[in-house]
Design a protein around this ligand. Structure first.
Ligand SMILES: Cc1cc2nc3c(=O)[nH]c(=O)nc-3n(C[C@H](O)[C@H](O)[C@H](O)COP(=O)(O)OP(=O)(O)OC[C@H]3O[C@@H](n4cnc5c(N)ncnc54)[C@H](O)[C@@H]3O)c2cc1C
Length: 465
């Protein structure tokens, strides 16, 4: 291999246990670490200020980490393939290293890059990094991909796991020009929500340590309670590769060894959630049509007759269903929503308001800091009843009984819907009588849940006939 190679950073914004970066540093004396920022301006239908601001902070932290080991982050902007071609010409690099992306968009760029590299006569070295097991590693006995989670997770568990590679301690790079680190202004975006977590590898590692020390042993018992912090809050860190999934998985197993039986069970429950992430990645990878269509072919072309006026109420947290409104306002104010309330809000949009899951999927992608195509599509299709759920479409959660189960003191509701702070908790557990407002400035429920449920059952049945 030549004197200089390129490491193309994508969803792997860290220097610890980074497979492709580590390989690049071993392969050559000099590595150009580059991030290519996209050139769109103003609104984007698939991302927004919250996630982009976390990205900006994480790039700045990555630049700091690279400087600490003798290098720096090179920023370019535009089409990734064209920019990499320019960088090859500028540096005389003989190879490009990168970690593979499971998304159709990322993969189409990889395909174009392979053609350009062949034309230029340079090598491409692509690595598995984003997942412990990729696209066609977890297979049925007949060599088929899985469409259902439980057998997938059993097969996933049995496979040998890839090793961790060491953190970069020194990196030599040629002195070449770089654009400024991007800011929200680079894309013409307004400020992000106030509650977005601290970006960067260091902050992510602190969150991981804190969770392993204090959260993992109780995760199984408390993970469904949306009020307070009972989950790891590592989704944005995994989304941007601030943490290595291999390291997190191994650290959970090690910690589990030091816990009692209940703690070990809790750690295994947590690992199962990490496996859901990979399950949805392999679904998107093997069945990319899920981005446009229902995963379950029986429901393709289904009608969603809800109104856009109700979609606005849902987005603004003004449906009159306190648990749904709390969830939507948590999202608006922090760029995050708890998993339990993601399910409640998503099921409400599709099965109470009868709106197409793709509308909700897009709104979540625009607002979530952890917005990730595979998990988001999987979560939406699961909630809508069109996805990889072993239970049939008539799994329709009742938002009121969900409130009683998971927010019995209405602590979550009162945190995010201040109008309801003085309403006794028991009044928030059931629909108020028709036409009655709980308080002057909070709307009555936009629909009657049981009538809406009947309509949903009809919609699904007529799609089957
Ligand atoms: C409608 C809907 C949309 C969703 N959209 C996204 C998304 O865009 N990005 C995203 O990362 N997750 C998404 N999820 C999954 C889940 O809600 C979040 O991963 C989780 O709430 C993040 O919080 P945490 O890190 O504290 O999770 P924890 O409970 O601590 O879980 C640990 C990690 O496991 C993974 N994980 C947990 N639950 C799931 C799941 N159901 N599916 C896939 N991975 C999971 C995440 O990487 C998470 O960080 C969605 C779920 C639903 C129902």
């Amino acid at each position: 291999m030549g004197k200089t190679v390129i490491h193309w950073f994508r969803r792997d914004l860290r220097i610890t246990d980074n497979t492709a970066l580590h390989a690049a540093s071993k392969a050559s004396e000099s590595v150009v670490p580059v991030y290519i920022s996209s050139g769109w301006k103003n609104n984007h239908h698939w991302t927004g200020s919250n996630r982009q601001s976390f990205l900006c902070g994480s790039l700045s932290a990555l630049d700091g980490n690279l400087r600490a080991v003798g290098s720096r982050l090179v920023i370019r902007q535009g089409d990734a393939v064209a920019e990499l071609e320019k960088l090859v010409a500028e540096t005389g690099a003989s190879a490009i290293f990168y970690n593979r992306d499971p998304d159709p968009f990322g993969r189409s760029v990889e395909e174009r890059l392979a053609k350009t590299a062949a034309r230029l006569g340079i090598e491409i070295h692509a690595f598995k990094d984003i997942a412990i097991h990729e696209r066609r590693e977890v297979l049925t006995g007949a060599g088929e991909t899985f469409r259902v989670f439980t057998p997938y997770s059993k097969a996933w568990e049995k496979l040998p796991k890839p090793p961790i590679v060491e953190r970069i301690k020194k990196l030599t790079s040629p002195n070449i020009s770089s654009l400024e680190l991007p800011t929200l202004a680079s894309w013409g975006l307004p400020p992000a929500a106030g509650g977005v977590l601290e970006p960067g590898e260091k902050a992510a590692r602190e969150r991981m340590r804190e969770f392993l020390d204090r959260g993992l042993a109780r995760y199984g018992a408390n993970r469904d309670i949306p009020f307070g912090r009972h989950t790891s809050r590592l989704s944005q860190d995994l989304r941007f590769g601030l943490l290595s999934i291999r390291e997190l998985h191994q650290a959970c197993l090690q910690k589990a060894d030091s816990l009692d039986a209940a703690g070990r069970g809790s750690a295994m429950k947590y690992i199962a959630e990490l496996v859901w992430r990979e399950f949805y990645m392999q679904i998107l990878w093997n069945y990319p049509e899920v981005l446009a269509q229902e995963f379950n072919p029986k429901y393709r072309g289904m009608k969603w007759p809800g109104t856009l006026a109700n979609f606005e109420k849902w987005k603004n947290g003004e449906t009159g269903f306190p648990i749904v409104d709390a969830a939507m306002r948590e999202l608006r104010e922090t760029g995050f929503m708890h998993n339990r309330t993601r399910m409640i809000a998503a099921m409400f949009l599709t099965k109470d308001l009868h709106l197409d899951w793709r509308l909700g999927e897009q709104y979540f992608m625009q607002t979530l800091v952890d917005g990730e195509i595979a998990s988001n599509n999987g979560g939406w299709q699961w909630s809508a009843g069109t996805g990889a759920d072993a239970a049939p479409y008539f799994r329709i959660q009742n938002p009121w009984s969900q409130t009683k189960r998971f927010d019995p003191d209405a602590a979550y509701i009162k945190k995010w819907v201040p109008e309801l702070r003085d309403v006794p908790a028991e009044k928030l557990m059931d629909a108020p009588p028709p036409g009655v407002r709980l308080v002057k400035n909070y709307p009555p429920p936009v629909v009657d849940h049981s009538a809406a449920r009947d309509i949903t059952l009809e919609l699904f049945k007529s799609s089957l006939s």
